[in-house]
Design a protein. Structure first.
Length: 227
């Protein structure tokens, strides 16, 4: 088998246009099926992040950055996270990224999933299992992101930065997202934030896993033009 075909998913630059895709991202009357896919994708996204936290092998890159900022400003990590998200949203303006109900739902549903699922998730003591659980968590985040983005109801702040930069640079999701996350990790680490193996797994793999999710959906779910 041609090795280029094996890694074809790494070249994906667009979210697949599937039968549940909303005609417009910014709408007050989205199709019901688009909403259901949005919610399911965000639930998976939140579950993946919760698995990463429960694994205890490192936080997400953006949390590392928030921790670093909190150390030099005396802000709480939560407030630092809010400020970071606000700045990322401002970066949408030159990228002409369009928000939607998914932009707001992202924050609420992911946060709710963290609160609801964390008490029931395994917290392994063995380092090998911590790494495995972190890997699974990042994989689920990637697929959840691809799924909710395919609803076309607006991305979350960080996913919107990824899709906007992909459109401007014409580079694949895998490269753009990895570049963003690795830059965030390095900045957070220099500021004193915590970095673990789970942090590095997220930084290097979430972009490729989003691409895997898009590739899977594109090949196994009917698109609008095939209905």
């Amino acid at each position: 088998m041609n090795i280029i075909k094996v890694f074809q998913f790494l070249t994906i630059k667009h979210v697949p246009h599937l039968f549940w895709r909303s005609p417009k991202a910014l709408t007050i009357r989205p199709p019901i099926f688009s909403i259901l896919v949005l919610i399911l994708g965000l639930v998976l996204f939140g579950l993946g992040e919760a698995l990463l936290i429960a694994a205890g092998a490192g936080v997400s890159p953006w949390t590392t950055l928030a921790e670093g900022i909190s150390l030099i400003t005396d802000w709480t990590v939560g407030f630092a996270t809010f400020i970071i998200s606000f700045i990322v949203l401002l970066a949408w303006i030159p990228l002409r990224q369009i928000p939607g109900i998914g932009t707001i739902a992202n924050a609420f549903i992911v946060a709710s999933m963290l609160d609801l699922s964390l008490p029931y998730l395994p917290k392994p003591d063995l380092y090998l299992f911590q790494i495995l659980q972190s890997f699974i968590g990042v994989l689920i985040v990637g697929f959840g992101a691809a799924l909710y983005l395919s609803a076309n109801l607006g991305p979350g702040a960080r996913d919107g930065l990824m899709t906007g930069l992909t459109r401007v640079t014409n580079l694949p999701f895998s490269i753009v997202r990895s570049a963003i996350e690795i830059s965030v990790v390095i900045t957070g680490w220099f500021l004193g934030g915590t970095v673990g193996i789970g942090t590095l797994l997220f930084a290097f793999l979430v972009g490729p896993f989003i691409s895997v999710g898009c590739f899977f959906l594109n090949h196994f779910v009917p698109s609008k033009k095939h209905l």
